[in-house]
Design a protein around this ligand. Structure first.
Ligand SMILES: Cc1cc2nc3c(=O)[nH]c(=O)nc-3n(C[C@H](O)[C@H](O)[C@H](O)COP(=O)(O)OP(=O)(O)OC[C@H]3O[C@@H](n4cnc5c(N)ncnc54)[C@H](O)[C@@H]3O)c2cc1C
Length: 339
């Protein structure tokens, strides 16, 4: 049995209290929301914080609301289950509701939060292991060692972003509100993630308070496609979020395609999305654009052997999932997932 290392638990009731605790304990502290990722990671001694600051009692992080202009404001403590079931999210941001509904399994979705998912640690087969396992191999670049076991001689960690909601939030141009010692600030989600597998967030020592999803137009369509080993619980081997905004005549006025589980940051597949513009779902033009989008996406996606699933197979599945997810978006169906 794996045991948790010793730690002190702090349970602030306000954002300011939580922030003050973060400042007081600095690098020795770690935030926890649902704990569905942090707790296993602590058991694997990937993180050994002296102080764990629970956000569970901070009321300012709760709730989902819709603003007058149609924007959705999602509290960081919103559970993935609540997000997947929320009618406003399903109607206005279907890719996000679908992605949340495919994270892990039901128990984890009831505990796991949106904030924890956005801030999820990157994953690698050589990293997400017990201390004993990692020690036997001399550890790795991401934690306790100096060698990368994925890329021989690699100086940069390539652990993969594996959070299902990230590509959906990118496709929706979401913004994130953080609270830190200098107060609150809002950043575009594109600015959060970096290509550094060791720590792929540009924001540290701050608390994610809410995720803001700008209003989507009446013709908005979205879907999420997830390739995974088992339909029941696994992290993505590949995740594709598709967005199509249709104009009144049914043609694609704007489009986005975003992917996860390929490299340290979730990816925007811009060229692949562009070929869909001006086409109309159900026509030969749209069909041709689906093929082209798949080929362009595959050109941009280079999975590594750092998470389960053969990398060549995952690459072959890129055009398949791009096509299926775009079709699901166009039809207003989805999610797309392998079971
Ligand atoms: C068996 C298993 C399968 C899983 N499958 C999937 C999957 O398919 N897809 C997927 O995306 N995830 C998966 N997960 C990971 C996890 O369950 C989810 O990502 C979940 O959303 C994490 O949320 P949490 O609240 O539990 O995060 P926590 O574990 O509490 O925290 C995760 C990280 O986020 C930080 N954090 C949390 N909240 C905040 C905040 N408000 N501000 C700043 N930092 C914060 C924490 O410090 C920590 O570093 C799986 C986990 C397990 C154990």
């Amino acid at each position: 049995m794996l045991r948790l290392p010793q730690f002190e638990l702090a349970q602030p009731r306000t954002l300011d209290e939580a922030c003050a605790l973060l400042v007081e304990h600095g690098e020795e502290a770690q935030l926890v929301a649902g704990g569905t990722d942090l707790v296993p990671n602590m058991k694997h001694e990937l993180f050994t914080p002296k102080v764990v600051i629970s956000l569970a009692k901070v009321a300012e992080l709760r709730g989902v609301r819709q603003e007058a202009d149609g924007a959705l404001v999602l509290g960081a403590l919103t559970t993935l289950e609540a997000l997947a079931q929320d009618e406003r999210v399903r109607a206005r941001a279907p890719a996000l509701a679908q992605a949340a509904g495919l994270v892990a399994g039901p128990q984890l979705r009831r505990m796991g939060t949106l904030g924890g998912n956005v801030m999820l640690d990157t994953r690698c087969q050589w990293y997400n292991q017990t201390y004993f396992w990692r020690q036997a191999l001399g550890f790795c670049l991401k934690k306790d060692g100096s060698a990368c076991h994925v890329v021989a001689g690699g100086a940069k960690c390539v652990a993969a972003a594996s959070n299902d909601t990230a590509p959906a939030l990118l496709s929706l141009d979401a913004e994130l509100v953080f609270h830190g010692p200098a107060g609150a600030r809002r950043i575009a989600i594109d600015a959060l993630y970096s290509a550094d597998g060791i720590y792929n967030k540009t924001v540290r020592g701050e608390i994610l308070v809410e995720v803001r999803v700008p209003a989507t137009p009446a013709g908005h369509r979205g879907a999420y496609g997830k390739l995974r080993e088992r339909g029941s619980i696994d992290f993505p081997l590949l995740g594709i979020a598709a967005r199509l905004d249709l104009s009144a005549d049914g043609t694609v006025a704007s489009a986005a395609l975003c992917a996860v589980a390929l490299q340290a940051r979730p990816l925007r597949l811009k060229k692949a999305a562009e070929v869909l513009l001006g086409t109309r779902p159900g026509t030969a033009d749209f069909e041709a654009a689906l093929q082209e989008a798949g080929a362009l996406a595959q050109k941009q996606c280079h999975p590594l052997d750092n998470i389960p699933g053969d990398a060549d197979y995952r690459r072959e599945m890129v055009p398949v999932y791009v096509r299926r997810t775009l079709l699901a978006a166009a039809e207003g169906s989805g999610p797309v997932h392998h079971v």
